[in-house]
Every structure is written in C-alpha cells, then in structure tokens.
Design a binder for this molecule. Structure first.
Ligand SMILES: Cc1cc2nc3c(=O)[nH]c(=O)nc-3n(C[C@H](O)[C@H](O)[C@H](O)COP(=O)(O)OP(=O)(O)OC[C@H]3O[C@@H](n4cnc5c(N)ncnc54)[C@H](O)[C@@H]3O)c2cc1C
Length: 316
C-alpha cells in the first residue's frame, strides 16, 4: 500500500494540509495523529485572533472541533498513531514508521508536529496554563490590555515579548533569575529605557496564585531569600521552546532534511524542505509566527505543493 501523501500531526497545520490535499485531488491521504486532532490550541481557554471566529469566549477546543469533520468529508483518513520516524527509500518514496512497529510508504510527506513551550517549573504553572499563565504574547497579550502582567525569562524572546506587552499593558514586571540578559544589547537598552517595565532580577518564580476566575499574581523568591508577591492577572513565561522534530531524526543521528541550529526545519516560501516531496508546516518550521492562522496557511501551501509533486511523479 502506497499513500499519495502522509500527514504527520493533526494540529491546525496537519488538518488544513489534509483538507487541501484531499479536496485538491489526492486520493490516498492519511493523517497520523497520536492524540485527539486539534493540536496545542485545544489547551487554550480563549482564542480571539482566528479571523471570522468571533464567538464570545470561544475556546481553542471549540475552534478546532469542526476541522477534522470538514476534512473527512473530502476523504481524509485519520489514524490515531504515533509516528516514530520518516525516512526516505532509494526510489525517493518515504517510509513512515509507527510506535506499534508497523510502517507504511508514501509518495509525499507533510510534517506538522508542532512545538512545545518549555515550562518554567513553578507551582501552579500547569494548573493555570491557558488560564492566566501563557507562553504567547501575540495570543494572549490583548486579554490584559490596560492591566499589569509578569514576564519570566531573560533571553531574546522574553525581552522582545516584554516590549510588545509594554505597549498593551499598564505595567510589565520582568522576572529573571540572573542579573544579566542573553539578548541583543539594543534590545536590553530598550527594555531598560521603557518606563512601564520593572526589572526584578536575581529572582526565582515560586508559585502562581489564583482564584476560580484565574491568576491573581506571582510569588517570587528574591536574592536575600524573602518572598515578594506581584499582583497581576497574567503571567507570561518565555524560557524556551522545544521543536517536535524527532520524527525527522534518522537512525544515524542525522536529520532527514536541513535544520536550523535551534532545531527548526528549514523551508522555502512553499514549505519545501531540502528533500523533494517532504514539506514542513506550522510551529516546527523556521521563522514560524506560532499562530493558528499561520499554521493553517502553511498546511494549505504544502498540500498544494504535494499535489503538484505527486502529479509530476505519475507523469515520469
Ligand atoms: C495555551 C496556548 C494558547 C494559544 N493561543 C493562541 C491564540 O490565541 N492564537 C493563535 O493563533 N495561536 C495560539 N496558540 C499557538 C497555536 O496553538 C499554535 O501556533 C498552533 O497550534 C500550531 O499548529 P501546528 O499544527 O503547527 O502544531 P500543533 O498545534 O502543536 O499540533 C501538532 C500535532 O502533532 C501531533 N504530534 C506530534 N508529534 C507526533 C507524532 N510523532 N506522531 C503523531 N502525531 C504527533 C500532536 O499531538 C499535535 O496534535 C496558543 C498555544 C497555546 C499552547
């Protein structure tokens, strides 16, 4: 059995790839998803920036529920299984290996396995994740318009997101465990010169406090061992991001296609990787804006490319 296209991951990128690939004429398309389709956004209690989805208090789950059904109408097959590896055969086809030991071949592959924000590791972080604890200022900053927020971290992303939030929120308290930052000097200067950013340095987040409505603040341990409570309904953590690129890792430790030093998949504007017939989409690809609408766009672009690629193969 040979698939026209295998889609790895059933988040916004994979589901949109599935919609476009099947509706665009590929016959044999299977999407492999290890859990429920929908992706990371299903962990979010509210989404306001998916165009057209204007429902009041629309959760990420609400947004994603119709997506798989829409794809199935056009013939997308969905298999609930975890892919362990995508490898390429000498005839340029691909083998998709699964955690149950079985495998399947495909003419083209669209990977959309997403990314996982690292946790900072304080008490209550998991409990309030998506309900006041956030890893995305573009997604959630607006919910705190005119309010105070805390930002945790000291790298480029933390500082840039602190600057972004300082334009929306009344005050940003930046908590960092050292007294120096790992970022461009110009970014550090801008942070230091922004009136509504307060730096709390040499401080370790201890516990996020909350009530049934959500987050109320953060307790941090200062360098002298005392605890300071910061009142804020929003806590943003930027302590790194793991790209879910394991499926591209080969037996010899190399990756199937070219990657950036931080482990994102290199793609061109058409989501083509360095290997013909292999596409990377959504949060896992280089320079991803990490937004649902962008992941969906990538999925559509990759599927259109895969259709052309498979079509050309059959004419050779
Ligand atoms: C709490 C939270 C709030 C957010 N808020 C917003 C927002 O307001 N607006 C916005 O636009 N974006 C928001 N985002 C970001 C958005 O969710 C992501 O940008 C988007 O989901 C990325 O889509 P994706 O398809 O690339 O990956 P993902 O959504 O991460 O989906 C990847 C899928 O692949 C599956 N998978 C991974 N590995 C394997 C494997 N080996 N085999 C099989 N399946 C696998 C996973 O189970 C997952 O379902 C938020 C994210 C979070 C966590």
């Amino acid at each position: 059995m040979m698939l026209d296209c295998a889609i790895i991951g059933g988040g916004p990128a994979g589901l949109t790839a599935g919609l476009y690939a099947t509706r665009g004429g590929l016959d044999n398309v299977t999407m492999f998803e290890k859990g429920m389709p929908g992706g990371q956004i299903t962990q979010s209690s509210e989404i306001e920036n998916y165009p057209g989805a204007t429902g009041h208090n629309l959760s990420g789950m609400d947004l994603m529920i119709p997506w798989p059904e829409q794809c199935q109408r056009f013939g997308l097959k969905h298999e609930m299984s975890e892919v362990t590896r995508v490898s390429q055969n000498s005839d340029k086809t691909f083998t998709i290996s699964k955690s149950d030991g079985s495998s399947i071949m495909a003419k083209s592959v669209i990977v959309g396995t997403g990314s996982t924000p690292k946790r900072a590791g304080f008490e209550g972080e998991d409990k309030y994740f998506g309900r006041g604890v956030s890893t995305c200022a573009t997604c959630d900053g607006f919910f705190y318009k005119g309010k105070e927020v805390v930002v945790i971290g000291g790298g480029d992303t933390a500082l840039e997101e602190a600057l972004y939030l300082s334009k929306i929120c009344s005050k940003v308290t930046l908590v960092h465990r050292r007294d120096t930052f790992r970022s461009a000097p110009s970014t550090i200067d801008r942070v230091k010169n922004t009136d509504n950013i307060e730096l709390v340095l040499n401080a370790v987040p201890k516990e996020v406090t909350g009530d049934p409505m959500g987050v109320t603040g953060l307790d941090v341990i200062l360098s002298d061992g005392t605890i300071r409570h910061i009142d804020a309904p929003g806590v943003f953590t930027f302590v790194g991001n793991d790209v879910n690129n394991q499926v591209l890792l080969q037996e010899d430790g190399s990756f199937l296609c070219d990657m950036t030093p931080s482990g994102q998949v290199k793609v061109d504007i058409n989501m083509r990787t360095s290997v013909a017939g292999l596409y990377a989409t959504g949060d896992m690809r280089e320079d991803a804006p990490k937004q649902v609408v962008c992941a969906a766009g990538d999925g559509a672009v990759a599927a259109l490319q895969a259709i052309t690629y498979v079509d050309e193969l059959s004419h050779h």
